[in-house]
Design a binder for this molecule. Structure first.
Ligand code: HEM
Ligand SMILES: [Cu+2]
Length: 482
């Protein structure tokens, strides 16, 4: 009975995420078509699409990772169905409020809604408070969910076990599964950044409702914004990694990965540095204390390298010179790790202060974060969706269009990303609805990117039909069968 409930809600998450994903990709293609001068939107229309695309994408891939982690965590601890459902309802309501604020109210201050933009009202007056409330609703749902999952971990594992500290000694008595360790590390970061978001929203509201008598400190607001934005965007990748650590070896017919001292050390390091890497978003802010800029650069390296090193090493050991049972699921995991690492390298290049002088706010930025999202984290989640839906409907070994789906995904994804990278290397700025004549390459690149993104979209549609069909079956199966 209980396991049916978690299967049903997980199916529901998957269908909603994939549906919102398709809409968001279409918005992305419309942006590229507009930048490519194939279609002509008003600037406000472009920025409405950009804001909706960015926030929806961040939101859905965060909840996709959470839903997967919640499902798999049932293998170790009993999780709260109520918290999962609560987060689902709040996510749906939050997204509807957000889309009302953007599509109808024309709110368009980008996904980072950097202070003071939301208060410089260039749209329906009600759209600003509705936008801020929509984020509050989303944040509340996710905060409750994250705290609940962490509390369930801590019910079974002590704090030091949850961090796998006993693995620093020889022959530990209790083993902390890598999945639990990574989930714990990630949930702490998620909770920290959601609390920062609450503070940020309160400060926005205070100024909005004070009618000019209270004015915020712009530097504080920017620090809070990126503590929230950078951290959530990174933590959602780690949710995907937790899933890989749990499933990759199992699905490849290899012994399950264990926590060793270096795995424990790498992830403990990641926890510390992930929370200070966000300073790299403020390199151009001369009023930011210089010490924090240095912390930002160091932490950017230290937050990414240990986790990436250990993960790549584990995958390498798992696949090198051994017979692997390759399936769509572990192929997606494998390709996703490659995308994650390549995008991560692009990020580290940009987070190096001397390079940031050149690359700051060029297309290099969407280049690297689309690499580890569209070709990294999305593939992690697709792998989970595919595994979950097949395993729950007992439709093993009936994988259709595997080669076609993967080729479209790869060719479409790489072509779409290359246009961003070439544009970034050519100093073309990001977030321009129309490119000035000084950048003759920008529009053709954008038009080409739209074409490749359409291949990617077709692959996702194929995934959507296949996976959601199975998810509908899971949801309509009678609960009494267990
Ligand atoms: C094929 C799929 C996708 C397409 C065609 C697409 C397209 C775009 C485009 C054209 C932009 C604006 C770039 C600019 O600054 O000029 C953008 C921004 C963005 N995209 Fe995507 N994207 C895709 C997938 C994703 C995914 C999977 C994520 C997941 C996190 C994502 C998150 C974002 C974010 C956060 C922004 C920044 C919005 C802002 O600047 O406020 N996108 N995307
Ligand atoms: Cu960042």
């Amino acid at each position: 009975m209980e396991s049916f409930k978690i299967r049903k809600i997980t199916s529901l998450w998957i269908i909603v995420v994939l549906t919102l994903f398709i809409v968001s990709i279409v918005l992305g293609i419309l942006m590229r078509l507009n930048q490519g001068e194939i279609i002509h939107q008003s600037p406000a229309g472009f920025y409405v699409n950009m804001t909706t695309h960015g926030l929806t994408m961040i939101g859905i891939w965060f909840v996709a990772g959470m839903a997967a982690v919640n499902y798999l965590m049932e293998r170790y601890v009993k999780t709260s169905y109520g918290a999962n459902l609560f987060a689902f309802v709040f996510t749906v309501i939050g997204i509807l409020m957000l889309w009302t604020a953007t599509f109808i109210g024309k709110f368009h201050a980008a996904w980072t809604f950097l202070y003071p933009l939301p208060l410089k009202i260039m749209w329906a007056k009600w759209a600003t408070p509705l936008f801020l409330f929509s984020l509050a609703v989303l944040g509340l749902g996710w905060l409750v969910w994250s705290i609940s999952l962490m509390a369930k971990i801590l019910k079974k594992y002590s704090i030091s076990q949850a961090f796998a500290w006993q693995h620093f000694k020889k022959n530990p008595k209790v083993e902390t599964p890598p999945f639990i360790l990574i989930s714990m590390i990630t949930l702490i970061g998620v909770i920290a950044c959601l609390i920062a978001a609450v503070i940020l929203l309160v400060l926005f509201f205070a100024e909005y409702f004070s009618n000019g008598s209270f004015v915020n400190d712009a530097l504080l607001m920017k620090n809070l914004t990126y503590f929230f934005g950078h951290t959530i965007a990174n933590e959602m990748l780690y949710l995907g990694l937790a899933v890989i650590y749990e499933l990759f070896a199992e699905l490849s017919g290899r012994p399950k990965w264990k926590t060793t001292w270096y795995v424990a050390l790498a992830w403990n390091f990641t926890l510390i540095f992930i929370l200070t890497a966000f300073f790299h978003h403020l390199y151009m802010d001369f009023v930011q204390p210089e010490g924090l800029q240095i912390v930002g650069q160091l932490a950017s390296y230290l937050a990414s390298l240990p986790a990436a090193g250990v993960t790549v090493f584990s995958i390498w050991v798992a696949v090198y010179r051994t017979k692997i049972n390759w399936s769509l699921t572990n192929l997606l995991f494998f390709m996703g790790v490659a995308g994650w690492v390549i995008g991560g390298l692009g990020a580290v290049i940009d987070a190096t202060i001397s390079n940031n002088f050149v690359l700051h706010n060029t297309l290099w930025v969407p280049a690297h974060f689309h690499t580890y999202n569209a070709m990294g984290n999305v593939l992690f989640s697709l792998a989970f969706f595919n595994w979950f839906s097949t395993q729950c409907t007992n439709q093993i070994k009936k994988e259709s269009f595997v080669k076609l789906k993967l080729s479209l995904l790869l060719i479409g994804g790489i072509g779409f990303l290359l246009a961003f990278y070439i544009g970034g290397a050519d100093s073309i700025p990001r977030r321009y609805s129309n490119y000035p004549a000084e950048f003759p390459m920008a529009a053709p690149l954008a038009a080409g990117a739209a074409l490749f993104a359409t291949f990617y979209l077709i692959a996702i549609l194929l995934f959507f039909f296949n996976i959601s069909k199975k998810c509908v079956k899971i949801m309509s199966s009678p609960t009494s069968l267990s």
